[in-house]
Every structure is written in structure tokens, then in C-alpha cells.
Design a protein around this ligand. Structure first.
Ligand code: ADP
Ligand code: MG
Length: 235
């Protein structure tokens, strides 16, 4: 059985349809989608050890199958520069998440390297009742939430579709570099769209994917957060 199928099977066996960030990123990397390598720490001590292993600065996020909007729960701490900061972040995450989600199963925290800042992109996928699987591309933050500056295509797509999706958003000029910011590497973004499309085409039962945000750089792109939802069995 492929690693992807193993992960999906184990999620289903636990009666879940939502993958954790760590599971979703594992599936992404199997599918050739670049993500920040992310590991689970089930205690404060493990978080510190992983921080040292990965190399500071690191990011800690609450790891729970019941919590998908991690920031809203006070569950994300970025830019942790040393062991003391990791210890404190661990305490703060637990102190803030537990009262917000009293019933949640908390596995611990995910630990990953701090990615350098880039242009924030969102790549998504969802099932449309009429068209089937649809892929989405947009700029992160207010561009998606307020301006709804996004493009869509029905899966599967080819490279030309990916190029058009990227070029047709209003924020395209931002991707070409503005006010001294580095431009985004468009071929890397096309690759990521194609990888998502290919993965969804050959994997049955994927309901939703959210790579939010993807950081785009002048020579590459990396997803720093990933969310994936499976179709309910039998649907
Ligand atoms: P949420 O569940 O709230 O969407 P995210 O994992 O997206 O949580 O983290 C919230 C924000 O923290 C991201 O939008 C991003 O700006 C920042 N962030 C998350 N992971 C990293 C990382 N590895 N490196 C740098 N910044 C990060
Ligand atoms: Mg996110």
C-alpha cells in the first residue's frame, strides 16, 4: 500500500475525515508538493529537542485532530529563537487552547522550521456539486478574504491552465515583484497547482485541500500550512 493510502486509511480507522497538519503535509510531500518539514512533539521536552534538531528559529502549532483553525485558538507561535522560547510557547499554547476547546484531543504541538517571509499564496481544492473537483489559486490574506481575488479551474488541469490561473488574478502584478519585493517564481507555483491536480485525479475520496499559506520566493515555493478533508465514506 502506498504511504498516502496508509495515512488516509489510518485517519479513516480513527473515525476522522480531517487530516492533521502533520498528516496533510506528509500526504503533500508524497504528492511532490513542497512543505515545511513538520514533526509531532507530545511534550514540552520533545518540543525543545525537536527545536534543537530542526534548528532555530522554529514554529510551534497546536496538534489536534479537533482544531483546524489553529491561530484562532491561540495555537500558533512563530519565530521561536531558543529553548526557553520554545518552552514558553508550549505553555502558552496549551494554556490558551485547552479552555477554548475543552473536549478536544490534543496530541501535543507540531514543530517546524520558520520559513523566511515570501509572498503569501493560497492554493485550494474542493468538490463542486456540478463540476466535481475544482482547484483554486489566489493571493493570501486580505486578497482572498476581502477582495475575493481568486481563480478557479476544473481538475484535471495542464500547465497552460495553471499559467492562466496565476496570470488572471488581479494581484498578478504583486507576483511580478513590487516596491523592491522579490518576484514570485511562477513555474514553482504552476508546479504546485499541477501536483495538486494530479494528486486529486489519482486519489479517490479527497473532499478539500487548503494550502494556506504557501510562501512564494524568487526561485521556489513552500506550503507552511496544509489542511485536507476526506469525503465521508460511501459518499
Ligand atoms: P492556521 O490554522 O491558523 O491557518 P497556520 O499554520 O496557517 O495556522 O499559521 C498561521 C500563520 O503563521 C500563517 O499564516 C503564517 O503567516 C505563519 N506561519 C505558519 N507556519 C509558518 C512557518 N513554518 N514559517 C513561517 N511562518 C509560518
Ligand atoms: Mg493556515
Amino acid at each position: 500500500m502506498s504511504n498516502v493510502n496508509k495515512i488516509i486509511d489510518s485517519v479513516r480507522q480513527q473515525g476522522r475525515t480531517v487530516l492533521t497538519e502533520i498528516e496533510a503535509k506528509q500526504v503533500c510531500s508524497e504528492a511532490g508538493i513542497s512543505t515545511t518539514e513538520t514533526r509531532l512533539a507530545s511534550s514540552q521536552k520533545e518540543a525543545v529537542a525537536l527545536g534543537e534538531k530542526i534548528g532555530f528559529p522554529v514554529v510551534l502549532k497546536v496538534a489536534s485532530p479537533d482544531i483546524t483553525h489553529k491561530t484562532d485558538a491561540g495555537g500558533v507561535k512563530v519565530g521561536l529563537k531558543n529553548k526557553a522560547e520554545v518552552r514558553q510557547a508550549y505553555r502558552e499554547i496549551m494554556a490558551s487552547v485547552r479552555p477554548e476547546y475543552p473536549g478536544a484531543k490534543i496530541d501535543g504541538v507540531s514543530v517546524q522550521g520558520m520559513a523566511r517571509p515570501g509572498i503569501e499564496i493560497i492554493i485550494g481544492m474542493f468538490q463542486d456539486p456540478q463540476f466535481g473537483p475544482v482547484i483554486m489559486f489566489g493571493l493570501g490574506g486580505i486578497f482572498v478574504e476581502v477582495l475575493k481575488d481568486v481563480s478557479f479551474r476544473i481538475i484535471p488541469i495542464v500547465r497552460r491552465d495553471a499559467a492562466e490561473m496565476i496570470a488572471e488574478i488581479k494581484g498578478y502584478t504583486l507576483l511580478q515583484g513590487y516596491r523592491g519585493h522579490e518576484p514570485a517564481h511562477i513555474p514553482s507555483l504552476e508546479d504546485m497547482l499541477l501536483k495538486v491536480s494530479d494528486f486529486v485525479e489519482r486519489t479517490s475520496g479527497i473532499k478539500e485541500i487548503d494550502l494556506n499559506p504557501v510562501f512564494a520566493y524568487k526561485d521556489s515555493a513552500v506550503a507552511v500550512d496544509a489542511r485536507m478533508v476526506l469525503e465521508k465514506k460511501g459518499s
